[in-house]
Design a protein. Structure first.
Length: 364
């Protein structure tokens, strides 16, 4: 008996489900109508909403050769990673973006009611400033903008302008350090030359003192000690300071000529190995400094792409309409179909239920 009862219940469920399916199919117009309404509203939304695009710029640390002019001397180094991080840090700075807009605002237009700081926070995404697990770094800068704006141009210009600022700051950093080194070398050079001049002045003083002694002893020409009491003979004259003889034995005439020669050349030819080394270092640093300054003064005529590629190795520039990020048309359309179908089914079920209730009321 129990088995027969279970069979009857199962059969009843099958009849109910079949009747329900038939009833729902009989209300197909509700399902189709709701589905069409949902899809229609979706299409109207997609037609009215403003598409949002995403421009993307990608770059890696530059080649070390880009900074060879700064790294010419061993006491100052700029690594590619230094420049890479400097650019990334400045790009993430709102103050930097604000300065860029103030300078280039006339060339740019924003179709947005957002404040500048909201625009910067909501539209920019910067990644890759820190090395990944493999030790590589790839900077990715994304900028989202509505249809009608030249977001790709803004992004490329912003990066180029910031790259130019970074390069100028690197140059200023090198110039300040190099100027300090030039001052140090110049001081060392002056000290070395002053020491050489002091040596010559001491030599002149020694000659002056010898002249005074020679005049007191009436030694006019080079003389040997034994000649002081006798007549000076030309065959016995000596012409240099021989042995340990005092300098005044050269005679005041010879000594005065030597003094005059020393005075006339007091500031000439003040050189030794240290002086030559210092002067060579000064010339080399000055040549590098002049070369960088000329390069810096001519950068205003460079293309934005060239300026950027000094600071980073560009993998990909931003292009117009590269990616549509909003609205996601396939997803929204699929959701409208699903939601329309569900609502249509619910309405169909409610319609069937209402009809069944009405039928029971009539039967009673």
């Amino acid at each position: 008996m129990a088995m027969e009862s279970d069979a009857q219940v199962a059969k009843s469920y099958e009849i109910d489900l079949r009747d329900l399916a038939i009833a729902i199919l009989g209300s197909w117009y509700w399902i189709i109508g709701t589905l069409l309404l949902s899809v229609s509203l979706c299409l109207v939304y997609l037609w009215l909403v403003t598409p949002v695009y995403e421009a993307r710029f990608r770059a890696a640390p530059p080649a070390a050769s880009n900074f060879a002019v700064f790294n010419h001397f061993n006491d100052f180094q700029i690594s590619p990673e230094d420049a890479y991080r400097a650019l990334g840090n400045r790009l993430t700075s709102f103050q930097n973006f604000e300065a860029f807009i103030e300078e280039r605002g006339d060339e740019l237009s924003f179709d947005s009611e957002e404040s500048l700081i909201e625009l910067f926070q909501n539209r920019f995404t910067i990644e890759g400033l820190v090395a990944d697990r493999a030790g590589s770094m790839t900077m990715s800068i994304k900028y989202r903008y509505p249809e009608g704006e030249n977001g790709d141009e803004l992004l490329n210009s912003y990066i180029a302008e910031t790259s130019s600022t970074v390069w100028s700051r690197l140059h200023a950093r090198f110039a300040a350090y190099n100027q300090a080194q030039l001052m140090r070398l110049d001081i060392n050079l002056n000290l070395e030359q002053a020491a050489l001049r002091t040596e010559r002045e001491e030599e002149i003083f020694e000659v002056e003192r010898a002249i005074t002694v020679a005049r007191n002893l009436n030694i006019q020409t080079p003389t040997m000690p034994y000649q002081l009491d006798g007549e000076q003979r030309g065959s016995q004259i000596i012409y240099s300071n021989v042995g340990n003889l005092p300098k005044y034995f050269m005679g005041y005439e010879t000594l005065e000529s030597e003094r005059d020669a020393l005075i006339s050349s007091l500031d000439k030819g003040l050189s030794n190995q240290n002086v030559r080394d210092n002067q060579q270092s000064i010339d080399a640093r000055q040549q590098i400094s002049d070369s960088i300054s000329e390069d810096e003064s001519s950068k205003n005529g460079l293309d934005d792409f060239i300026v950027t590629e000094r600071v980073v190795d560009v993998i990909e520039y931003a292009f117009p309409g590269e990616r549509t990020v909003s609205p996601n048309k396939p997803l929204i359309l699929a959701l409208s179909i699903v939601i329309g179908s569900i609502f249509g089914l619910v309405i169909a079920l409610m319609s069937v239920s209402f009809k069944n209730m009405k039928r029971r009321d009539l039967q009673e």
